[in-house]
Design a protein around this ligand. Sequence first.
Ligand SMILES: NC(=O)c1ccc[n+]([C@@H]2O[C@H](COP(=O)([O-])OP(=O)(O)OC[C@H]3O[C@@H](n4cnc5c(N)ncnc54)[C@H](O)[C@@H]3O)[C@@H](O)[C@H]2O)c1
Length: 346
Amino acid sequence: MEILRIGVIGCGSIARYRHLPEYAANKHAEITAVCDISAERAEAMAAHYNAKAYTDYNELLADESIDAVSVCTPNYLHAPISIAALNAGKHVLCEKPMATSDEEAEAMIQAARNNNRKLMIGHNQRFVPSHRKARELIETGAVGKVYSFRTAFGHPGPEAWSADGSNSWFFRKEEAFIGAMGDLGVHKSDLIRYLLGEEIVEVAAFVENSSKPNSTVDDNAACILKSESGIIGTMAASWSYGREDNSTIIYAEKAVIRLEDHPEYGMIVQYTNGEVVKYELGRIQSNDEGGQNSSHVISSFLHSILTDSEVPVSGEEGRKSLGVILAALESTNTKQIVSLHAKELI
Ligand SMILES: NC(=O)c1ccc[n+]([C@@H]2O[C@H](COP(=O)([O-])OP(=O)(O)OC[C@H]3O[C@@H](n4cnc5c(N)ncnc54)[C@H](O)[C@@H]3O)[C@@H](O)[C@H]2O)c1
């Protein structure tokens, strides 16, 4: 049995609760090395997983025995670390948002191509059972033509989640580049593209900083999106919601699909003929649940490497989902509706 040797760069919360436990639980992976600029964090994870600790990612990348890495650092480091890893011959699983600009995203994709390595982006919302089932209902035409949607991801903020608490990089523009839109909004732009099976071509948005006085990034956004076939809907991303909202509603010709909008049922389909179908399915992960359930992100990344098959969320996909967020920022800055450029849709 082939076993892949893994390095995890960044030992904060997403590494501790998702990447490291999911690699450790996978029989095709061995955690070889971990890295964090905090030696204490790197050493704690290294001790826990019997791996080597580094504080400089370049040194980890110099280890030729490592096959693949997870990039779990603040956003501004996603592109430089991913590109360095790809150039060092490693396959890369990079957390979302994949980059801080379209140019960086393009450079990452190019580096993966040049080095013939896999590049996957950690858009885990695509693997949520209710989301997969909804895509199937839309794709097969079971709910008819889709007219509209509303999707939201909001909670009180990353203070209770980030390894650095209220002093986190999440609140600093130089390191985060974007706030709630990068933390939560990009999950939903990716989900909507996935559910509809269409690209977003126009965006209008208000992206504000209204609830976190000591932050230099956005924390409250409302966007209107239009797809290539003319489906319109809203997308909200916020760190100002007192309770978590991670719901999506699809309004289609034959039914309304309510996703993650009920405490017991992951999906409720309300057909226009009066029939209501409730699906229990496995629930969406929330920050509070930590790594109890598999996100399927790590296992599908490993599977793609081992079988030399397409990753389920490619760099191109990550780039398009990021493109919607970048367009929302442009819209709020210019007070114009922004058309996504053709180059972002290739
Ligand atoms: N897919 C998801 O659902 C999901 C959820 C949360 C976070 N994320 C993403 O994961 C990434 C990390 O977020 P987090 O929640 O773990 O943040 P965090 O603040 O908990 O941890 C970040 C870690 O990176 C370390 N770090 C900073 N600079 C470094 C460097 N040069 N080299 C190595 N390590 C460095 C920090 O010391 C810290 O330990 C972010 O891009 C975030 O958007 C994704």
